[in-house]
Ligand binder design. Structure first.
Ligand code: 48F
Length: 257
């Protein structure tokens, strides 16, 4: 046994430094590690793109861990089963239209496969702003979440990305910054943020896919953030739209890059 605390520390610092410096510039930066962000990251990585995901919390998975009201099962519709199949997540048929999966298995399996495929995840980092060039989003301004939580006066760091995806869910955090601080308007019906509407699962699921797109040069929205930006309804604990939205945004970006 020749275990050495200093080597253990150095190994962690060296490896993290390698990850962070390699993601100072990437093809795509994803903000938020819920189901839509993780799935988008997986497909982009699979296509060989350099992609980094920043998640405010210690754990990724977003709203999926708790299923509905902490009953840790999720529901998916038939159209999205093929995505869960790609990851090898086991589903059970409930009736003709509804299938269920264990929420913990779903988060853990998608996350594990996305990272092994090449997605780099930075947890406990919050995105507080974007880097702008004229009227285009070209990167993210990041800081440690504990710095944000403690309200410490610490300047952030910046990473560059050809494209950014806001997958921050109901809060649309990146979109809010762009709407407030950058020139011009968003490509939405009102030119601003429509805001999330009340529950209507079926409508919301189809709207999520329609609303998954570029809404400002360099900035895409996916998942619940797509509906909350466009003014669409929420859908609750049915997750097919989130998975399909992640796949769609990745597909569009793979075409463009
Ligand atoms: O909300 P979330 O799970 O996003 P999603 O992929 O899925 C939505 C569903 O979970 C559910 C639903 C329907 O099925 O309505 O709510 O659209 O995950 C969003 C993630 O973004 C992180 C946040 O902690 C969460 O894990 N996040 C939010 N703002 C920031 C952020 C930020 N500024 N920086 C980094 N991460």
């Amino acid at each position: 046994m020749a275990l050495d605390e200093i080597i253990i520390s150095r190994a962690i610092i060296d490896r993290y430094y390698e990850k962070l410096t390699s993601c100072l510039s990437s093809d795509v930066a994803i903000v938020g590690g819920g189901p839509s962000g993780l799935v988008a990251g997986y497909f982009l990585a699979k296509a060989g793109k350099k992609v980094a995901l920043f998640e405010r919390k210690l754990s990724v998975g977003g709203g999926m861990w708790g299923g509905g009201m902490l009953f840790n099962e999720i529901v998916v519709q038939e159209e999205a089963l093929r995505i869960l199949d790609i990851f090898g997540v086991r589903c059970k048929q409930y009736d003709d239209h509804h299938y269920t999966a264990d929420a913990i298995e779903t988060v853990a399996t998608i996350t594990g496969m996305a990272v092994r495929t090449g997605l780099t995840i930075f947890n406990c980092i919050s995105v507080e702003d974007v880097m702008m060039r004229q009227d285009k989003v070209e990167g993210l301004v990041i800081n440690w979440s504990p710095v944000e939580m403690a309200g410490l006066h610490v300047d952030p760091l910046t990473v560059r990305a050809a494209y950014t995806i806001d997958t921050t869910g109901h809060d649309t955090e990146v979109v809010k910054v762009v709407a407030r601080k950058m020139a011009g308007t968003l490509d939405t019906p009102t030119g601003g943020i429509g805001g999330e509407k009340s529950m209507w699962a079926e409508r919301a699921e189809s709207d999520t896919l329609k609303n998954t797109r570029e809404i400002y040069p360099g900035l895409y929205v996916a998942g619940m953030a797509a509906n909350a930006t466009a003014g669409g309804p929420r859908m609750g604990p049915i997750f097919g739209g989130m998975l399909l939205s992640g796949e769609k945004v990745a597909g569009e970006l793979i075409q463009r890059l």
